[in-house]
Write a protein of this length. Structure first.
Length: 292
């Protein structure tokens, strides 16, 4: 088993609580490492697990879990846990995992799941949509489609995402969330391969030549999966296509590192909007976007 066999990796550092009297990671924790990596794998597939399984009419149950040990991890080691779908049967899915310290394979594992009726726990055939999705990911395909359009086309899904993130999660008053600009600006919504909306944002004209991106919202289950970045890039492309030379946004300070990684720089002092600390950030729309 080699690192090159994996497209997906989950990353962790060994915690003090995970080592035993021999000063190595207690053997049972590796199953937890693999299980955590599987959760990350679903995020990489842009699949919020509960909603996706409900839409597929079933759920996954562990049928078999095996672990083979080649070496030991120690406190504060940085570990990379690879996970891949190796085989899909009629009703079963086999995942193979590897725990690596740099290029050294420490532990390998096998997890076999059975797709089943969640009420009776009787097996069902793996749905074609899930089969194609897993095979597509392992073949290197993209997992998200970003659609750009107006409120009439995308408003229902954008509204649902913004309600969940801003109104329900962040407790922003609903009357502050909705405005007349929605009917006039460009919207973007990212969908996974099951058609579930995952992230949204909108593009306004701030002043001639300067675009403003706002209302960026990503479903909690797929944050840090790259979905938000795809929406951001789609909106920047739309801004450049209409001739804008700069884009600005008001970033919640907790999200400022996300925008910084996308090439935005802060401008001015921190301020509050809807009771949440923000900072204005800008980016030039130049040749950098030719590579997006």
């Amino acid at each position: 088993m080699k690192r090159s066999e994996f497209r997906f990796f989950d990353h962790l550092r060994v915690r003090w609580a995970e080592i035993d009297a021999q000063k190595i990671v207690f053997n049972a924790h590796y199953l937890m490492y693999f299980d955590t990596a599987v959760a990350g794998y679903w995020r990489a597939l842009a699949l919020p697990y509960a909603e996706s399984m409900e839409s597929l009419g079933g759920d996954l149950y562990v049928r078999k879990a095996t672990v083979e040990y080649h070496g030991s991890a120690r406190y504060d080691d940085r570990l990379d846990v690879g996970m891949r779908c190796a085989r899909i049967g009629n009703s079963s899915i086999q995942f193979l995992g590897g725990v690596f310290r740099a290029d050294e394979l420490l532990v390998e594992g096998e997890l076999v799941y059975v797709f089943a009726d969640p009420h009776t726990q009787t097996s069902r055939p793996v749905p074609p949509a899930l089969r194609e999705l897993l095979q597509g990911y392992e073949a290197g395909q993209g997992m998200v489609e970003v659609r750009v359009g107006d409120w009439a086309a995308l408003g229902r899904d954008a509204s649902a995402l913004r309600t969940a993130v801003f109104v329900e999660e962040q407790r922003i008053p609903a009357e502050m969330e909705w405005d007349a600009a929605d009917a006039e600006c460009v919207h973007a919504v990212a969908y996974n391969r099951l058609g579930l909306p995952l992230a949204t944002g909108r593009l306004l004209q701030h002043v001639p030549g300067v675009a403003k991106i706002g209302r960026m919202a990503v479903a909690q289950a797929v944050r840090s999966s790259g979905v938000g970045r795809e929406v951001l890039e789609a909106l920047m492309k739309a801004a450049r296509a209409r001739g804008d030379h700069e884009v600005l946004l008001h970033a919640q300070t907790s999200a400022a590192p996300f925008y910084a990684r996308a090439g935005f720089t802060p401008r001015g002092a921190e301020f509050e909007e809807a009771g949440i600390p923000h900072v204005e950030m800008t980016r030039a729309l130049n040749a950098i976007l030719d590579n997006l």
